[in-house]
Ligand binder design. Structure first.
Ligand SMILES: Nc1nc2c(ncn2[C@@H]2O[C@H](COP(=O)(O)OP(=O)(O)OP(=O)(O)O)[C@@H](O)[C@H]2O)c(=O)[nH]1
Ligand SMILES: [Mg+2]
Length: 426
């Protein structure tokens, strides 16, 4: 059953903090007060997931759950920039799907060496040299390093099938999978027995392939009718298709057209995928009687149909050999598209970052929450007036000052930005 091939893990990642910027001034003989020379902090290390084709399970993550990248070093005097910390690369199997704690898709790592940054390293704070201007020759302001990000990630490994078996309900897809692979799917003589794709490993002469039995497609599957839509996505990932026909069915050619049109309506490129047309149930006299006409019709459409009986296993060994050979032929062609590109950024990070809320907790006390503003607050050296002014400009730019005023804030009131307490001034 499918469970053998689905592997899950939950990990905690934390990128490095940026190093603090430095406040420092030159000291020279005969110069009472030299110019600013505080250097920037170094950037913190990011956390990166990398797809490694040599790994095939997520088992390693039951041993190690926490991953931390190093912090950037703080800036020094004489305009010395602090050292940037290296990124921490975590290796995962190809086929790993990464989601955040709200189950939002972050990445689908389908190609070897594909990488995704899951937590950005904190930016190094600016040293006071950077704040020098014509009006302020001796800035007493620097930035603290940006804190790293931390989050839980849910990893799921979907073993990708090399071959997908498609066909109308009841064609015998699950039966075929069960006789050629180690999978033991449920088989029954009524349509829609299989509700989720079954995967099986097929081995022959030291070669192997993963075969998926795709639940029976029906008219309208491409529109999301029934369960078809999700399965069609699964079909997109396979390199070779087996189109299985019920040779004893009422009208196998009509079935054939119906499935093809469902595939094409979902994604036209599926019709270009190498496809082996296989007529099943050849042990039954009705199928044998129908075969000559069926074969002629399929040949006319440019196919070379195979005949098998999944139940008696007649012809199935040869079919496996043929599929393995076909896979070798297409091995050099580019990996089929895994997930639609437009599906990738599931939520807009930028918008999330800028959003904030203002709440009046009680008379004279307000609470502001928001990712960007809380970060800016964490990066401010509150002891310096210059830094305070800068923070105020950020409050204005994000529209937070206005929102606070609308909520009724007055001079002297307390405003919390995250956990940081401020007194509202002019
Ligand atoms: N006689 C005969 N019956 C078969 C053969 N292959 C499958 N069947 C029967 O056809 C019925 C459907 O088989 P399944 O393997 O469940 O078909 P399926 O395509 O997976 O069907 P869904 O999962 O419902 O889409 C079962 O009763 C099987 O025993 C075959 O080669 N010969
Ligand atoms: Mg089935």
């Amino acid at each position: 059953m499918t469970q053998h091939f689905i592997d899950e893990a939950r990990i905690f990642v934390r990128s490095g903090d940026g190093g603090n910027g430095m406040i420092s001034f030159r000291r020279e003989k005969y110069v009472p007060r030299g110019g600013p020379n505080g250097g920037d902090g170094g950037h913190g290390g990011a956390i990166v997931l990398v797809a490694n084709p040599k790994i095939n399970t997520l088992r390693a993550f039951s041993r190690q759950v926490h991953f931390r990248a190093e912090n950037g070093k703080r800036g020094g005097p004489n305009n010395q920039t602090g050292a940037t910390a290296p990124d921490l690369a975590i290796e995962v199997p190809v086929g790993t799907i990464v989601r955040d704690d709200e189950q939002r898709l972050i990445a689908d790592l389908t190609r070897p060496e594909q990488r995704v940054v899951v937590a950005n390293g904190g930016r190094g704070g600016k040293g006071n040299t950077r704040f020098k201007s014509s009006t302020n020759q001796a800035p007493h302001i620097a930035e603290k390093g940006e804190p790293g990000e931390e989050k839980w990630l849910n990893l799921e490994l979907k073993l990708m099938a090399d071959v997908g078996i498609v066909g109308v309900p009841n064609a015998g897809k699950s039966t075929l999978l069960s006789v050629i692979s180690n999978a033991k799917p449920r088989i029954a003589d009524y349509p829609f027995t299989t509700l989720v794709p079954n995967l099986g490993m097929v081995r022959l002469d030291y070669r192997d392939m993963v075969v998926a039995d795709i639940p029976g497609l029906v008219e309208g599957a491409h529109e999301g009718v029934g369960l078809g839509h999700d399965f069609l996505k699964h079909v997109q990932r396979t390199r070779v298709l087996v189109h299985l026909l019920d040779g004893a069915g009422e009208n196998p050619i009509a079935d054939f057209h119906q499935i093809n049109s469902e595939l094409a309506l979902f994604d036209e490129r599926l019709l270009q995928r190498p496809t082996v047309v296989v007529v099943n149930k050849m042990d039954l006299p009705t199928a044998q009687a129908a075969w000559p006409d069926l074969k002629a019709a399929l040949t006319e459409m440019g196919h070379e149909p195979w005949q098998v009986s999944a139940v008696t296993q007649q012809g199935t060994g040869e079919l496996v050999r043929h599929l393995l050979g076909l896979l070798e032929e297409v091995a050099d062609s580019p990996e089929p598209e895994a997930v639609d590109e437009e599906e990738m950024p599931v939520y807009d990070v930028e918008m999330d970052d800028l959003a904030f809320t203002v709440d009046k907790i009680k008379p004279g006390v307000y609470q502001v929450q928001g990712k960007r503003i809380e970060r800016a607050a964490a990066m401010t050296y509150w002891d310096y007036d210059d830094a305070l002014m800068r923070f105020q400009r950020i409050l204005q730019a994000l529209g937070i000052s206005e929102a606070l005023e609308k909520a009724g804030v007055e001079v002297g009131d307390t405003v919390f930005i995250g956990d940081i307490e401020l007194e509202w001034g002019e």
